[in-house]
Write a protein that binds this ligand. Structure first.
Ligand code: AMP
Ligand code: MG
Length: 317
């Protein structure tokens, strides 16, 4: 696992640097709209190119299931976006960029990587939170997870971002992006009668804020809602800055199913920090059904101590 971790962290660090550079000078022309109407930016593409190229150099036999592909970039009408990516990847040819992005077109198998080069692209565009999320899955379970969180301060008052990682059975760790000193993290010990910080998406369409609010109201004034984009929510819970992350399905989108790259890294990081991750019915996440979590609905992530209570309340409502 050591070699996998070393390479994964190096790749995420490099991608995080480029994402920060793009976000600092972001303009409207830096993004395209995908078929599902969601945005994708110069940084999503550059991040996927860097990470896929690095992973394939070291582990050519392991498939990568990435969120993006280079199809739209191969069309001449999007040459401006491709040119912009080149500016952030000096020395790379166009073919190298396009082909590296498409190294992420692999299929889930018994051992594969899954990558969200920028999770929370809408947050990234607002200059808010986002994460670079990479996980290694073996026999349908995440065994390594890494989250680069450039906008999540490593410590209060510091501008340096955060890197979190976990290996199954070995705990969760954090370090500042661009530095070496890692330390282990553990979830909060708060119980149902303590203050409970609830994490939710910023984007209203990604969950059911109304039902989540109803559930929180059960805890009266002890409940606090904290909204972040992306898997930064898992990182915040793993380092004991929140107790619960609710992601109940948006009733307006009944057919939506969660994607594996939106949860594999974060879920392992929370579990290895002592927390619990299930769907809204208390069922473990099943990562062995392809690119989507088709066997699960909604998500409940807690520090463990709150889990049973939240599931009970939900199944009563
Ligand atoms: P967040 O910032 O936590 O809301 O998560 C961002 C992710 O939400 C994106 O990567 C999308 O894949 C995902 N997403 C898009 N639409 C939905 C939806 N209807 N329900 C849940 N997640 C969604
Ligand atoms: Mg995502």
């Amino acid at each position: 696992m050591k070699k996998y971790l070393e390479v994964a962290l190096q790749a995420v660090e490099q991608a995080a640097q480029v994402c920060q550079a793009v976000q600092a000078q972001l303009v409207a022309e830096d993004s395209l709209t995908k078929k599902d109407r969601s945005p994708v930016t110069v940084a999503d593409f550059a991040s996927q190119a860097i990470i896929c190229k690095t992973l394939k150099e070291h582990f050519p036999e392991i498939d990568i299931v990435g969120e993006e592909d280079a199809q739209s970039l191969r069309q001449s009408e999007n040459s401006e976006v491709l040119n912009k990516i080149k500016q952030f990847l000096p020395g790379w040819s166009e073919d190298e960029i396009l082909d590296s992005i498409d190294l992420g077109n692999g299929e889930p198998g018994s051992l594969f990587w899954t990558l969200d080069p920028i999770d929370g692209t809408k947050g990234f565009l607002r200059k808010d939170q986002y994460a670079i999320a990479l996980a290694l899955l073996k026999d349908g379970e995440p065994v390594l997870g890494a989250l680069g969180c450039p906008k999540l301060p490593f410590a209060k008052g510091k501008s340096q971002g955060t890197l979190m990682y976990a290996i199954k059975g070995q705990g969760s760790f954090t370090k500042p992006l661009g530095a070496d000193q890692a330390h282990q993290v553990h979830v909060s010990g708060n119980e149902p009668h303590d203050v409970i910080r609830f994490l939710e998406s910023v984007e209203a369409a990604h969950s059911d804020h109304s039902l989540q609010g109803k559930l929180m109201s059960h805890f009266g004034e002890r409940a606090q809602s904290v909204r972040f984009d992306s898997q930064v929510k898992y990182a915040v819970l793993a380092r004991a800055e929140a107790e619960v992350y609710l992601r109940l399905p948006n009733p307006a989108k009944p057919d939506y199913r969660e994607k594996i790259w939106d949860h594999a890294a974060g879920a392992l990081i929370v579990q290895e920090a002592g927390g619990k991750v299930t769907d809204m019915f208390g069922k473990p996440l099943q990562f062995n059904h392809g690119k989507k979590l088709i066997a699960n609905r909604g998500l409940v992530v807690t520090n463990g101590k709150l889990h049973q209570k939240i599931i009970e309340l939900l199944n009563r409502s």
